[in-house]
Design a binder for this molecule. Structure first.
Ligand code: AMP
Length: 218
């Protein structure tokens, strides 16, 4: 894989986190999820967490300066030297321009962008049924991929949590934010000629296989 930076685009529930995790493990590069970093900050009640909490609970985007600052700091860590995956970032045109500048400043080429496309009915089920292991971050779904024992991670016995913003009202707002602010990025990256459209309606393991095959040759 030649691209230094991979970007996972897609609506909430499209499977960005699940697929980014597979790719990160396979290629041994870090997965940088702005959502995970923000949730951790909220849990620890840091200054960042306190600033982001209300927006996240409302299903709205956190201001660009805040998330760009998080990403800038994270990608300067040594484990990102070989490359990295941005999962859930950028989500606005301003954030995408920030990534372009950041990569140029590091002497890197354009990012490779994977746009995971999923029908709206499936998105809702993925979000309503999503559960995440509080220890290892493994993602389950009560409809499609339940754990062997309810509420417990198959891998490490960790407690499974349902995200506070995976409720119907907040999901609607998050999808609205996606359509208004993030979807225009598809055209932005298509213009740069490095966009791969991924059919996210298939089974997660099938999507992962296709992606890994593609990236191994890219
Ligand atoms: P996610 O886990 O990616 O669904 O993100 C959860 C929430 O964190 C979003 O609904 C936003 O409030 C916030 N967030 C995550 N990434 C970004 C981003 N790149 N820009 C703005 N807000 C973000």
């Amino acid at each position: 894989m030649r691209a230094h930076a991979l970007i996972f685009l897609g609506a909430p529930g499209a499977g960005k986190g699940t697929q980014a995790r597979e790719v990160a493990t396979h290629f041994g590069i870090p997965q940088i999820s702005t959502g995970d970093i923000l949730r951790d900050a909220v849990k620890r009640e840091t200054k960042l967490g306190l600033a982001a909490k209300a927006k996240m609970e409302a299903g709205e985007l956190v201001p660009d300066e805040v998330v760009c600052g998080i990403v800038e700091e994270r990608v300067s860590e040594p484990d990102c030297r070989k490359g990295f995956i941005l999962d859930g970032f950028p989500r606005t045109i301003a954030q995408a321009k920030f990534v372009d500048q950041m990569l140029a400043a590091k002497g890197r080429g354009k990012p490779l962008v994977l746009d995971i496309d999923v029908g709206e009915d499936l998105l809702l089920k993925r979000l309503m049924g999503r559960q995440t292991c509080s220890v290892c971050g493994e993602i389950y779904n009560t409809y499609f991929n339940p754990p062997k024992v309810e509420g417990i991670c198959d891998k490490d016995g960790g407690k499974l949590l349902h995200r506070a913003d995976d409720n119907e009202a907040t999901i609607r707002q998050r999808l609205e934010a996606y359509h208004q602010q993030t979807q225009p990025l598809i055209e932005y990256y298509r213009g740069q000629g490095a966009l791969l459209a991924v059919d996210g309606n298939k089974e997660p393991h099938e999507i992962a296989k296709g992606l890994l095959d593609y990236l191994s040759r890219a």
